[in-house]
Every structure is written in structure tokens, then in C-alpha cells.
Write a protein that binds this ligand. Sequence first.
Ligand code: AGP
Length: 612
Amino acid sequence: MCGIVGYIGPRNATPIIMNGLKKLEYRGYDSAGIAVLENGGIEVRRDAGKLERLSKLVQDSPIKGKLGIGHTRWATHGEPNTRNAHPHLGMTGDVVVVHNGIVENFTTLKDELISEGAEFQSETDTEVIVHLIERYLSENDLTTAVQKALSLLKGAHGIVVMSKNEPDKIIAARIGNAGGVVLGIGQDEMFIASDLPAILEHTRKMIFLESHQMAVVTRQGVKVTGMDGKEIDAEVHNVPWDPVSAEKGEYRHFMHKEIHEQVRSLTDTIAGRVDFETATIQLPSLNLTPELVKKINKIVIIACGTASYAGMVGKVLIERIARIPVEVEIASEFRYADPIVDARTVVLAISQSGETADTLAAMEEGRQKGAILWSIVNAIGSQAMRIADGFISMQVGPEIGVASTKAYTAPLVDLYMLAILLGDMRGTLDEKKRRQLVEDLRLVPDLAGRCLDREEEVKKVAESLLEVDNALYLGRGVNMPTAFEGALKLKEISYIHAEGYPAGEMKHGPIALIDADLPVVVIAPRDPWYDKMFSQIEQAKARGGRVIAVATEGDELIQSEADQVLFVPETPWLLSPVTTVIPLQLLAYHIAAQRGLDVDQPRNLAKSVTVE
Ligand code: AGP
């Protein structure tokens, strides 16, 4: 989950790379560096810490050139310090490399290289790559030397290399699922990045390298090959994302902006997919046929973190609407579980980045077992989108904040639409019911907007929680996942320990936790589980607990019983997880922001976990 940016063209590479790294900083940020070819030599600037330290270094000691590569790092091997920051030079100073991923066999390679006389300057696994390239450069050109070096690496990698002796090119390569390598095609200039936002302002024509592909990038264009050097006719995508949407606008944090974008993002994820006249759903990128849909006897949803909680909501939606059995599996478990899936099983991956290593590996496991592979993905051109037999794009634009928000509510609606389509195609959904479900969908963006309109009420509750050390979130039925997601939002950006729990399970142990110091967030909208949740509130109060309820507007009963209430508008219960989560997103955001924490780049986290 490191950030990589490269440039070759007529302009000064330094500002282009530095601005690009700034847009990728959310991917990993414990050190950063840049290398530029200047006056025939490679100039490198690197520093530990946030990108602003590197910016200051470059300002104090400028470098200028028409060819360069840069990197922001989320450390895996070696302390996050200057010595271990990328880019890494070899011994000759002729070649420089930036890398995203893990060289799983780096100790063996390092020992071998040291025995050949290589001297290492860092503790990173990456440095073995540049020494390997130098080993082969004595008898090969840069392209061949890179091919030979990469053929020895185990693990998953995104790599960008340049050499002062071949100043007309940059080489990029991708092996496995270590995060993308995107090639941006400009006018007499080319861009390389690990993710779209870094280069969106320069071009929207993109090539996405697949695993085991290399690219020789020159000012005139790019030659994509396999690792064997055989040329590949790579598809050029026209990416619709505009650069403005990747900026914060008037918001202090990307997360706050993205929470407020949910009226737009929910509208966008529905757009073009619903015919409200005929009450029908179209999801053409899933490549469904009546025969395929009829043969499905099970759907296994695989995902990580927030995406897995969306999958838990999807289970309720698909089982209730389409009557297809659904299992939800954490991707990091599924990949090693020797799962029982076959040609009648759909393995459905949910992933904002489309590059999460565990999720991609779980997809591969499904593929090996002959399953049908679908994905619901946000990042255009990402691996999870490309390797699936069919996909649904979330269509919510770049999500920069590490804590996922709009890329949680969008897949809830995508899963709801999928359930209607499958039910309709399998004949398990009658016309009347289908019309009602589609009509309810029309309400969603406005209902989300009404939740956002209550932000000041949420902010007041947040102010009363700034000093707590723990919190418990309880939900049931279609809103049980809301409890997990609300708790995850709080813990990952405020560092307060928060636990989501199935409300019905409280009496089997956790109710022992209840006391005046433990805020209990109870998600109790008017849904089929309302009565159970109301009695949950009574039980918590009876034990001296402090209850913050998420309740439906006008619910005076809960208002009289709970200590504080976060109201949401009346919502059809199958869609209620879209509205009940919004006050919990805002609650977590305001607690973290008022605690002065780094909301968009929480400690230890990265936006896309592209390593195991
Ligand atoms: C959510 O706020 C976290 N950032 C994390 O749980 C995330 O949802 C998870 O890593 C999955 O990421 P993906 O959707 O990009 O696969």
C-alpha cells in the first residue's frame, strides 16, 4: 500500500511527482523520497515521516529533471527512517528503484548478493531488487536486466526503475497483487502511478498493468510486454473520474467530505441501473444470463473490514429478496479454508480498492475451485474488477479517507439492486413486491441527505464522548452489521476501543460489561427487530448503562428511555442500514476530529492493504 509516481516528458518532473505523491499519501505514509535524472546523474532526496518533510527537503535542496520517480512508504521490512525510505540506489549509482510489495525470499537473495560483494545501505527487502538489476546490467540492457532480476523474486510487487545510462525510458512492472501500476498517457509525456488520483489531473487515458506484465515507458508512449518480453496489446481506458473530486474542497478532512458526498454517491451508484417505469434493474457488467442465474445454488461473499460488513447486510438482502443461500466469509480466512465451492457457487468479492491482497487471494481460491467470480468494486481498472467474470462498479469516485464511508453505503445499494435482479430472473420475486422494492430505492439519496442534516445533533453527542475509553455497539438482524461497522469507524480513527456485538448475544456474557462508564450505542430503527432492541435498551438502562440510541424520527418511546438519541428518517427496513450508519460515521468523525487526531491517515493504517 505504498504510493508510487513516475514521470517522463518535457516538463520538470519534480513538482509533478511531489503533487502526485501528495494525492497518494493516504496509501502509506511513514517515509517518502524522490529521484530525478539531473545533468546526467541521479539526484535522490528522502526523509522519514510525512510527505511535508520531503517537500521541505526538496525546497531547501531543489532537484530538476525531465525523468523521475517518487514513493511514499508504509513500512513492511525495515524501520520507517531515511535510510530505508525509497527510492533505493544500487552500488554504482546508475540505477534507482521504487517498490510496492514484499520480496518474500529477500534474505536468501540478500545473502547471495552479499557473497557476490554487494554492499547494502538499508534493511529493506526492496534493496535486493536494485542490486539484482545491477548484477545483470553488466551484460544486458536495462529492460532485460529488470526481467532477469524480477524472475528471481517471490511475492507480489509493483516496481518502477530508471537508469542514468538509458535516460529515455522508465520501466514499470507488476507481479501478483501488490497494488496497481497505472500508466497515464499524455501528450509527448507519460505518467506512472500506483493509483489514479496521483495523475488524474494530467490525463484520463490509462493503461492498467496486469500481474506479470512489464512496461517500457518513453516520452512517445509505452510498450507493454509479458515478463518474457512478448508484446501485449494493452487496453487503454478512458477514466471518468475528474481531478476535482479527488480534492478536499471546503472540508478539513477527506473523510468528512466523503460522508457528505453520500447523497451524490448513492445517486451515482443507482444511476443508469434502474428503470423506475418498468421497475426493473440493469447490471450489464455482471454478464448475467438466465441459464447462469438459474444454476446458482449459493453465493459466498468475501471481503475484509468494512466491506465484509456490507457483505453481511448483503446476506440479508439477497436471502430475503432472491431466496438464494448466502454465506459471508472474511477473505483472510476463506483463502486458507479449503472452501466448499463449485461451479454452481458465486464467489462475490466486495472491495473499494479492488487491490486488497486477502480479497484477491480469496477470489483466486474461488477461481481454483471453479466458482463463478463476481465483484463489487470502486477503483476503476483494479484487479478485483478485471479478474471477475462479472462486476458492479460502485461508481462513487475516489475515496481518499482511510476510513471507508461512501464505499460502504454504495455497495449496500448495489447488493439491494443485485438481489432484486436475481429474484426477478429466478422468478422468486413477484411483480408487486418488485415494484415496491424499486420504488423504495428512489427514496435513498434523500433519506441520506436528511441524516446529514442532523449533523449538529450528532456533534453534540460526540462532544459528550471525547473522554471515553470503550464503547459497545449493539444491532440485530439487518442492522447487526451496522453495529460492527459503527464500532470499526470509531476505533480506527479515534483509537477508542469499540466493539460491535449481536444484541441477542448480550445475555450470554457481555452484559456483564454494562456500567455507567460504558456508552452503549443501540441501533433501534423501526424494523422487524424493533421490540427486541427496545428491550435491549431497557436491559442496559436497568444495569445503570448509558444508552445512545439510533432511532426513527418521532420515536418518543425511545426518546424517553435512552440517554441520547441519534434520529434517522423512516426508512424501508431492508434499506435501513444505509441511513442508520450515517450518524455513526459522523459520530466517529467528530470524536476523532475533536480529539485532534489524524482522521484521514490514522496511525498504523493504510487505505488499501495490498500485502498479507
Ligand atoms: C474501513 O474503514 C477500513 N479502511 C478497512 O476495514 C477496509 O474496509 C478494508 O481494508 C477493505 O478494503 P477494500 O474495501 O479496499 O478491500
